[in-house]
Design a protein around this ligand. Structure first.
Ligand code: DGP
Length: 113
């Protein structure tokens, strides 16, 4: 089932775009939890990390490379950042379209809440 991210991908609702290519898009989170908070989303509708298969191997690798590049472009690569994939209910997932959170610009703490 499509989510709000599909509407952003189709440009049916606006978002502060950061990056896009044939496989993914990145835009700023509407409710940022850090000075830099970007969502990196594959165009392919995969509900969560729990649904990926070996077929998605190249796409998942692509997302990690792009996360690294976006962090560099945002100026948080050297200082550090966190990449988070909330997965299903106990993982705190709200939008069921696979996405990476790229968070930076402040000190992160551990363990996460
Ligand atoms: P998660 O809990 O991992 O599913 O995170 C979903 C994130 O998506 C959450 O941080 C808020 C963000 N979000 C939800 N709706 C919108 C939207 O319409 N636009 C933008 N830019 N972000 C959204």
């Amino acid at each position: 089932m499509s989510s709000i991210f599909t509407k952003i991908i189709k440009r049916e609702i606006p978002a502060a775009m950061v990056y896009e290519d044939d496989e993914c898009i990145a835009f700023r989170d509407i409710d940022p939890k850090a000075p830099v908070h970007i969502l990196l989303v594959p165009r392919k509708e995969i509900p969560s990390l729990a649904q990926v298969t070996a077929e998605d191997k190249a796409l998942l690798g692509h997302l990690m490379v792009k996360a690294s590049e976006i962090a560099k472009a945002e100026g948080i690569s050297e200082s550090g950042y966190r990449v988070v994939v909330n997965t299903n209910k106990e993982g705190g997932q709200e939008v069921y379209h696979l996405h990476l959170h790229i968070l930076g610009g402040r000190q992160m703490t551990w363990p996460p809440g």
